[in-house]
Write a new protein. Sequence first.
Length: 126
Amino acid sequence: MFSRGRHPPLQSGLSGAPEYFGHWAFRRNQLEVQGTREQVSLGPLSGYAVLYRLSLPHISQPNEPPAVMVGSVIVVYLKDGCIEFETYISAKPGADGNDWLPLDSLLSGMMIKKSPSAEAEIPARH
């Protein structure tokens, strides 16, 4: 993913090095920052998200002009004092223009539950 603490995460474009999201590598000319969201939160975690528009060459059929696939990638970085959460969401551009919808759906569908820590006493097995 992206290096923790860099904001926005697409910094490698300055050097021409690829940007990595999971196992995907993108070149500078394939990603464009469309927007950022500050103060993204999920339970005790808070951070930011960056929305990228990506353009990828697509192999066209014979006798067709070259094609380009266009989509969105939302990169999310959240943390608190103990936990860091990084993920990316890839999606087609929203028909209604709301490319943030996948992030909103993810955040509304997730819950963080606090459990006893490793310091808690573990019951003996019999």
